[in-house]
Design a protein around this ligand. Structure first.
Ligand SMILES: *[C@@H]1O[C@H](CO)[C@@H](O)[C@H](O)[C@H]1NC(C)=O
Ligand SMILES: *[C@@H]1O[C@H](CO)[C@@H](O)[C@H](O)[C@H]1NC(C)=O
Ligand SMILES: *[C@@H]1O[C@H](CO)[C@@H](O)[C@H](O)[C@H]1NC(C)=O
Ligand SMILES: *[C@@H]1O[C@H](CO)[C@@H](O)[C@H](O)[C@H]1NC(C)=O
Ligand SMILES: *[C@@H]1O[C@H](CO)[C@@H](O)[C@H](O)[C@H]1NC(C)=O
Ligand SMILES: *[C@@H]1O[C@H](CO)[C@@H](O)[C@H](O)[C@H]1NC(C)=O
Ligand SMILES: *[C@@H]1O[C@H](CO)[C@@H](O)[C@H](O)[C@H]1NC(C)=O
Length: 355
């Protein structure tokens, strides 16, 4: 019988007596824990004639024999009887390499109210933590608009290629997969960088535990890709009529971007807080910031600016509100290639139109 067990991974032995116990699902699995982690394995036996089994317990093989597993703070069993069923759980508070298959298989045994037993065997295959790779994307980078960046997933601790080979590498941006490769040397290339490429990058490595079981190693550190702030347009002229709604679109691009709007008056400038006729729109994290002034009055004429917190540069808007309405289309400014188009009816709305 002992030889038979050595050969098979999962085995059921039949009872020798007429009375029986029956193993119920879920059967104990063959887990692949990492050293230092917690693990538990459960098995359920049902007795016959409405009676629970006499005893259910986990055992471990030592040499040719199955031995009881002594309870300790680290490894212990609990059981629960409910009707004719007994559920037993083997708990490991902190798996160590000593729990590995090479030091003995495990089994769950059900003893009926009589002679005989049922036994199901299983294996625990422990991977030492040092066999797992530790990787990170190379540290924070600041790049300019239009640049190309190469993000590498560098191993700060190499895996054990014999026991724990790398299956694939997944680059993550803000926690979401953006690229997968089987070659850890391959960088993730970001060409022609724009604002929306900015963010937090990490790499998730998938290994085969004991060359078999796929396992994802959650990244412990990430790298931030900053995109330098730029202002493609420095100055725009806006002409509006009293009562119009004016939309000023800040041309600032980059990441991360915190846009501040100001109204500049003779030697001083005041930060514009949204409220009343002033509405600030930032539709997304990477979107342009828009200042909408509703129902403009002559007093709204003046210089407005948008700038990025912590960065040089600004985009100035020279706003002129006319008190008398005339149809106005396509006011090109002298300083930029920006054109402003307004529709007169039904709503007055200024649109920023780069080309
Ligand atoms: C688990 O056991 C190892 C080795 O005995 C020890 O170094 C580690 O601190 C333990 N971890 C926990 C969470 O108890
Ligand atoms: C439950 O565990 C206790 C303590 O180890 C043991 O005495 C008892 O026999 C177990 N019950 C079953 C049904 O296995
Ligand atoms: C990387 O950038 C983030 C966000 O700007 C910052 O919180 C972090 O401290 C930076 N890390 C390093 C190593 O510079
Ligand atoms: C990261 O890996 C790449 C490619 O293997 C290598 O060229 C680069 O020097 C490494 N960077 C660091 C910081 O280790
Ligand atoms: C990899 O694991 C094998 C088997 O446990 C071991 O013999 C070998 O020394 C390990 N190699 C490294 C580089 O740790
Ligand atoms: C704009 O003017 C119209 C008509 O005078 C008025 O009904 C509306 O409430 C005003 N809106 C704001 C935001 O002041
Ligand atoms: C507005 O236009 C009317 C008629 O076109 C003109 O009589 C009036 O003087 C204008 N008012 C201002 C403030 O320009």
């Amino acid at each position: 019988m002992a030889i038979f067990f050595l050969l098979c991974t999962t085995i059921l032995l039949s009872s020798l007596s007429g009375k029986a116990v029956r193993l119920l699902e879920p059967y104990p699995s063959n887990p692949f824990p990492i050293a230092g982690s917690e693990l538990s394995s459960t098995c359920v036996f049902e007795g016959d004639n409405g009676n629970p089994p006499e005893r259910v317990k986990f055992q471990r093989k030592s040499g040719p024999f199955w031995s009881d597993i002594p309870d300790s703070d680290r490894v212990y069993q609990t059981n629960k009887t409910s009707g004719d069923k007994v559920t037993v759980t083997l708990n490991f508070k902190n798996v160590t390499v000593q729990d590995d298959l090479q030091f003995g298989r495990y089994s769950c045994v059900g003893f009926p109210q009589g002679v005989g037993l049922y036994r199901i065997g299983f294996a625990i295959r422990v991977t030492p933590r040092e066999d797992l790779p530790v990787a990170r994307v190379i540290p924070n980078m600041t790049v300019s608009y239009g640049d190309t960046a190469r993000l590498y997933c560098n191993l700060t601790h190499k895996n054990n290629e014999t026991t724990t080979p790398i299956e694939k590498v997944t680059f993550l941006k803000n926690g979401r997969p953006v690229r997968q490769t089987n070659d850890i040397m391959q960088p993730y290339i970001l060409a022609d960088i724009e604002s929306r490429d900015g963010g937090n990058y990490g790499c998730l490595i998938t290994v085969f535990l004991r060359t078999f079981q796929p396992y994802n190693i959650t990244p412990t550190s990430t790298a931030y890709l900053h995109v330098r702030i730029r202002f493609p347009f420095k100055e725009s002229k806006v002409v509006a009529d009293v009562g119009d709604s004016v939309s000023l679109v800040c041309s600032a691009q980059g990441f991360p971007l915190n846009v501040i709007w100001k109204k500049n008056q003779a030697g001083s400038s005041a930060v514009i807080k949204p409220g009343g006729r002033f509405i600030l729109k930032e539709l997304c994290r990477y979107c342009q910031s828009v200042l909408v002034i509703q129902n403009v009055t002559a007093a709204d004429s003046g210089d407005y600016s948008c700038s990025a917190f912590g960065h040089p540069g600004q985009h100035i808007f020279l706003v002129k509100v006319r008190s008398n309405s005339t149809v106005l289309i396509g006011v090109a400014t002298a300083t930029t290639t920006t054109r402003y188009v307004t529709a007169i009816f039904p709503a007055f709305f200024w649109i920023w139109w780069p080309f």
